[in-house]
Design a protein around this ligand. Sequence first.
Ligand code: PBG
Length: 347
Amino acid sequence: MEQPLFTSLPSFSIAHPSIEKALIHRPRRNRQMAAIRGLVQETHLHPSQLIAPLFVLEGSERQLPIASMPGIFRYSLDLLLKEVIELYEMGIRAIDLFCVVPTEKKDAAASEATRTGNLLQQALMRLRQEVPDMCLMVDVALDPFTDHGHDGIVNERGEIDNDLTLPVLAQMSILAADAGAHIVAPSDMMDGRVAYIRRALDQAGHSRVGILSYAAKYASAFYGPFREALHSAPKFGDKKTYQMNPANIREALLECQLDEQEGADLLLIKPGLPYLDVIAKVKEMTNLPVGAYHVSGEYAMVMAAAQNGWLDANRIFEECLLSMRRAGADFILTYAARQIADYLHKR
Ligand code: PBG
């Protein structure tokens, strides 16, 4: 028997529904079947929102695993092409290329980064020709190319020199654009590089090539597996003089504002899951598209637990990526792109 809401009202023979009860039962009515749950779902994950980071290797018929990233490989160009075609068929429409540089080609000036005809250029030309509708992005930073593993040029005082680095980043961007990249993605965190690269691209006739700026990139311990893949761990010091302090969020807003003013087309927050608050705040502040980088360490943690049978990798990845979407990420760079696209299709 229901409690009448107002005791002064005459009592009816039928139980009078209390407002409390109507409200209490409301949320679950919308969860009672998959069809309604689908109607009220606020955030979606679709392969078209994912960017697959890919590692390209010299030679042919080479496929090297990365111990800390099960399921992810470094491919020579012939096999990379196959992988990109398969990704396209699975609905993934963007890739981000990283170059594996042999130790003997690394030097203090990152010369290989700006050598015409380097592996990055070869890969871009081939991909542009064979998979013309795939959006081709290139990571722009010097760490895979320097013998010390830092993202910039080191000056005689042993500092990562901001202004000595800018022309090298610009040259790297122009080479990428010449070879067919649609978007360059500076990940180096030097100041002023978005404006510098924008001007260099325009002057070289590449005004249509976009800039995805790693606007708020933190000095994170989550990049370990990536550095294993590229043998690019810094040989001295750390990256704290250019990457951000994980404790800061207002500084991230400042970085994003500056990059927007300098001409960035898209902003990236990196890593992803530990920085959902940053994604949400940046999204409120800007009208540019905002992306998240679900980085190598985030991938590695899940795969390690999955290999122990402790977590279901597909479900965890879906939940992590959805969380980034919910926080405000329009697109996500993730090593799980292929796996999740496959999982979403099969459901
Ligand atoms: C290069 C770069 C890094 C990552 C993307 N671009 C490594 C670093 O800054 O040390 C990390 C990506 C990942 O961990 O997945 N500047």
